[in-house]
Design a binder for this molecule. Structure first.
Ligand SMILES: Cc1cc2nc3c(=O)[nH]c(=O)nc-3n(C[C@H](O)[C@H](O)[C@H](O)COP(=O)(O)OP(=O)(O)OC[C@H]3O[C@@H](n4cnc5c(N)ncnc54)[C@H](O)[C@@H]3O)c2cc1C
Length: 135
């Protein structure tokens, strides 16, 4: 692949310099919401491609000459308010149906594991992170 970077300032000085470098298949909008706009078949394929993309980033990072410090990590997607709990449960059921490795955590389980409380959360296994510094 041939790539040209055109940069008016310093490469990597924009939002790239301050991001948390998480690589998740989940985005800002829930898949169950996206199904309303695009249909289930389309979103299932979208999800499959997102999962493949993380695998490809992992394979590329292993083969690349420049160390990218890719590592696998889990992530937690928690409900912000009690109204979110049912929505989150539906999202979890969709992800599970699509074969993703996810757990649905209830309030008590969250409080046991973490120093905070939420009504519910989706725990996802096998997301990714770049430039991991061993924090
Ligand atoms: C706090 C924070 C946390 C984030 N965390 C994550 C995360 O965990 N995971 C994730 O996937 N995403 C995350 N993001 C989003 C991610 O950082 C951005 O989507 C990504 O960095 C965008 O990259 P970019 O190259 O498009 O833009 P930028 O990195 O902003 O680069 C744009 C570049 O264009 C240059 N430029 C502007 N105008 C011109 C011009 N006319 N000619 C030439 N060059 C020009 C600028 O100088 C700049 O360097 C986060 C963002 C923020 C702010």
């Amino acid at each position: 692949m041939k790539v040209a970077v055109i940069e008016k300032g310093r490469i990597g000085s924009g939002s790239t310099s301050s991001n948390t470098a998480l690589i998740q298949y989940s985005g800002e909008k829930m898949f169950t919401n996206l199904i309303n706009s695009f249909g289930k078949e389309y979103i299932s394929r979208h999800l499959q491609l997102l999962r493949e993309a993380i695998n490809e980033i992992e394979a590329t990072s292993m083969a690349a000459a420049i160390p990218s410090e890719f590592s696998r990590r889990d992530s937690l997607y928690s409900a912000s308010c009690s109204e979110d709990v049912e929505t989150l449960k539906k999202e979890y059921e969709f992800l599970k149906q699509q074969g993703l490795n996810v757990d649905f955590l209830l309030k008590e389980e969250i409080e046991e594991r973490y120093p905070f409380s939420r009504g519910a959360a989706i725990y996802s296994y096998g997301d990714g992170e770049l430039n991991w510094t061993g924090r």
